[in-house]
Design a protein around this ligand. Structure first.
Ligand code: HBI
Length: 96
């Protein structure tokens, strides 16, 4: 598999404009967002959908769930930072 590369600062700035509900976290070198649902069951159902998406994409989130809130971090471990895979998965999650 070709080594996946990190986005440049300018690429990141441009691509972030296409996913306005996400922001770049410098410390975690990834993009983050928070979803809030009506209840836990709905939140967990969303997480199940994301899990299926992630498996298909072979790209997985780091996330935290408490009750109806789901916090998601997308970063590319293989690249050591933000890659196009994170942007693509964010778009797919937002489209659920
Ligand atoms: N998910 N976020 C993230 N980052 C990766 O580098 C990654 C992954 N899921 C699977 C995966 N890499 C595989 O390609 C193996 O490299 C583990």
């Amino acid at each position: 598999m070709s080594k996946i590369k990190c986005l440049s600062n300018s690429e990141r700035a441009e691509l972030l404009k296409t996913i306005p509900d996400w922001e770049y976290d410098e410390e975690q070198k990834g993009i983050v967002t928070t979803y809030q649902f009506n209840d836990f069951t709905t939140a967990f159902g969303f997480m199940t959908s994301v899990a299926i998406l992630s498996e298909k994409a072979d790209h997985h989130p780091e996330w935290f769930n408490v009750y109806n809130k789901v916090e998601i971090l997308l970063t590319t471990h293989d690249a050591g930072g933000l890659s196009i895979r994170d942007i693509e998965l964010a778009r797919a999650i937002d489209a659920l």
